[in-house]
Design a protein around this ligand. Sequence first.
Ligand SMILES: Cc1cc2nc3c(=O)[nH]c(=O)nc-3n(C[C@H](O)[C@H](O)[C@H](O)COP(=O)(O)OP(=O)(O)OC[C@H]3O[C@@H](n4cnc5c(N)ncnc54)[C@H](O)[C@@H]3O)c2cc1C
Length: 378
Amino acid sequence: MLSYWEKQSLLQYDMIIVGSGIVGLSTAASIKEKSPEIRVLVLERAVLPTGASTKNAGFACIGSLTEILDDLKCNAEDQVLDLVQLRYEGLNKLRVRLSDEKIRYATNGSYELIQEADKDCLKELDRMNDLLFPILKARAFTPADEKLREFGFSSEHAAHLIRNNFEGELHTGEMMRALIDHCLRLGIEIKTGCEAIIIEENRGQVQVVVQHHYLKEEISFTANKVAVCTNAFTKQFYPEMDLKPGRGQVLITEPIVDLPFKGIFHFDKGFYYFRAVENRVLFGGGRNIDIQGETTTDFRFNEKIREDLVNKLREIILPGISFKVSDWWAGIMAFGETKVPVLEKRSDRIFMGVRMGGMGVAIGSAIGEKLANMMLKV
Ligand SMILES: Cc1cc2nc3c(=O)[nH]c(=O)nc-3n(C[C@H](O)[C@H](O)[C@H](O)COP(=O)(O)OP(=O)(O)OC[C@H]3O[C@@H](n4cnc5c(N)ncnc54)[C@H](O)[C@@H]3O)c2cc1C
């Protein structure tokens, strides 16, 4: 049973954001940066953010050559370019807001490994550079085969290397730490252990109902406006929407003496990605070998994919180098029929920013900014 005082003073906000991943926190930050007088609450269901934002690989990407070529096969050119623009804008916003030093942003090189059988994509380099030039004002892709010997990848899988000059890497943990600190400095309240179970409009306000675990009763926060930033978990509120969860598994090795490469790398159209983290290798992906099994919000591991990742690490990335895996984890992404994220006004008071795919580090801050602008419009 809540007290009179609690009901009077602790449940009312101007705006509530549901979900404390990069999108939820960026939305809250953008609102507060523009209108410091607004009282903003972020509700997170778990002790820590528990989706993708604290689980990802920390690639700051605008898109690899084969990924963009692939996107162009099934999407209009304008749509593909809009996504590159969004990633570019989002990364700039993230870096300016939090600083490169705090998020440990670095540009140690970003490369795509190309097998001999796929080398036709190299013929598209100039066309793709011309296409992206109006956004980036410089050439994005350059051949980098001269690095192959130094990096030591299996030549069967890496016959060619393409460098992307607009990508970088960051420390995911430090990025989220800095974003949380930034929100706290702005005066945003973040409550964890608060799973929203109902979000509904009622008498000119929005009620967000959460379970009070200790009192074992439901309590209702109210706000003028609410943003739903629950990414892969949004179907709990909107079961009809076009959204599929996608689990991603990642490993990190113990430190490796004389690791021969630095930077971030992709192969198989971005389905696999790896990077050096200090002198360890972080390696993830492989959803494509069991798409159905990975269409889940379950954080448990898929043994088939774990085996595949270890084999590829041994055969492609570190041939002849001994390594030990020190950690595994999984995170959940959200996908739809298209790669375009969902940024929507569901009603005059309920807004939504979800379905970030594998791009949320890049686009999260831009989506947060757009969502905040929508919410602040009278
Ligand atoms: C393994 C992996 C690697 C990735 N690598 C990269 C990368 O290198 N670069 C890149 O750009 N992107 C990458 N991504 C994608 C990126 O991490 C996501 O797109 C991004 O984090 C999505 O952010 P979000 O805030 O929308 O969602 P999330 O981070 O999933 O946040 C949603 C939050 O909502 C909370 N929530 C859910 N339901 C409720 C509820 N009912 N009440 C309250 N809270 C709730 C969840 O606990 C969660 O904290 C990767 C993702 C994974 C899984």
